[in-house]
Design a protein around this ligand. Structure first.
Ligand code: HEM
Length: 360
């Protein structure tokens, strides 16, 4: 058993790694924390599935049962909710780290593209899970999200029908979101993640480790390899333990919200999408097509083709190299723009999407 286990562990990683890739500032452990959160989401999700019924008459009651009847139901639901939000944030930060250190460039282009797809899948997983509690927040956030999809030219209406299985969010939509959330998207994310981690190893380890001469000083020191066990795996266990402890503490202290049961006849004003789509909702408020469809689609496509357009190999493995400052400033301006519109959509829009001077 020990041989099988260590062989499995050693196949996920290279048996030997570069010391520079073990330093915290090489990755800030953001990819690893995302993996840990996905693990926590899967474990808590399986437990929740035992008690959840994907039907409008029963879904909201399942949430109440989890809170008051099911052993550890409340803390499991809280943990699932907070790790889901955490994963969206951590995956975004991981992408920013990879961009800043030039980790998308040759030979890592394919892994970057797989990463972009993982980011989209993470958002889709979170969005499909949003509907399942079947409360007012869930119902109207998904209604807003589905309406945004309807703004796609020509394909918008069929796309919304495919997603909802009806003209509005109802029984069919809940079942579709449930199957997507519990089967289709997890299978896709685990398959792609296996490829992603395989590529990290295949591409020669992390970009920061590979270009460590610039980070540490001497080529001899940086090229010396050390065994993954215990050096890397010990660090990974510590990060996994700390991440689990932090999210468990949050789940014990803070309850996931549950609004009154979904009521299709009572529209909240304003009806807001989940927070990670509020930037897009803010842009869509100005123009449904340009803000709600063009900007997000161009962002995803732009990220996918980026490694094939920006092919210079200077400054790799460094956070703010002189040679890449223009590219980094453009990227950070894009990030700041998205953060800005998300903050506006979240706190500075009130009834009828009116501007609010104080956080709403
Ligand atoms: C489910 C989401 C994701 C998970 C669980 C994940 C996990 C990881 C892990 C564990 C690593 C190695 C350690 C590290 O760099 O922190 C890694 C590396 C990498 N990831 Fe991700 N990742 C995800 C999403 C993304 C996204 C959204 C992108 C980019 C758009 C991306 C691009 C990359 C690249 C290019 C590498 C290699 C970086 C290098 O060589 O330094 N990943 N990922």
């Amino acid at each position: 058993m020990r041989a099988v286990l260590s062989s499995l562990v050693l196949h996920v990683h290279a048996p030997k790694v570069r010391p520079a890739s073990l330093r915290l500032r090489a990755t800030w452990a953001l990819g690893l924390i995302s993996v840990v959160l996905l693990g926590l989401l899967t474990m808590t999700g399986i437990y929740l599935m035992f008690y959840y019924f994907p039907h409008p008459d029963a879904a909201w009651r399942s949430m109440k049962d989890l809170a008051f009847v099911v052993p550890f139901g409340r803390v499991t639901r809280n943990l699932h909710r907070w790790t889901a939000h955490g994963m969206v944030a951590l995956v975004t930060l991981h992408m920013i780290r990879v961009y800043l250190t030039g980790g998308y460039k040759r030979p890592r282009e394919a892994n970057w593209v797989a990463g972009v797809a993982l980011g989209v899948l993470t958002l889709a997983l979170s969005f499909t899970g949003y509907l399942l509690p079947w409360d007012q927040l869930a119902y109207w956030a998904v209604t807003v999200g589905a309406n945004m999809a309807a703004a796609v030219p020509w394909l918008g209406q069929p796309l919304r029908l495919l997603l909802l299985g009806d003209m509005s969010v109802g029984e069919a939509a809940l079942l579709r979101f449930y199957v997507l959330h519990c089967v289709v998207l997890p299978v896709a994310i685990f398959g792609l993640l296996a490829f992603h981690l395989f590529r990290v190893r295949k591409d020669g380890g992390l970009v920061v480790g590979q270009h460590a001469a610039a980070q540490i000083g001497t080529t001899t020191e940086s090229s010396k390899l050390i065994p993954a066990w215990p050096h890397l795996i010990y660090r990974e266990l510590v990060v996994a333990g700390l991440t689990t402890a932090a999210f468990l503490a949050l789940a014990l202290l803070l309850d996931a919200p549950l609004e009154p049961q979904a009521d299709p006849t009572r529209t909240p004003n304003p009806a807001k999408a989940p927070w990670y789509f509020l930037g897009i909702q803010e842009l869509a408020h100005s123009s449904a097509f340009w803000g709600g469809v063009f900007v997000p689609a161009a962002t995803v496509l732009g990220l996918m083709v980026l490694p094939y357009l920006d092919t210079s190999e200077q400054g790799l493995g460094l956070y703010y190299p002189r040679q890449r400052r223009v590219a980094i400033h453009i990227f950070l301006a894009g990030v700041a723009f998205f953060v800005g519109v998300t903050v506006i959509g979240t706190w500075f829009r009130g009834p009828a999407w009116q501007w609010m001077w104080w956080p709403y």
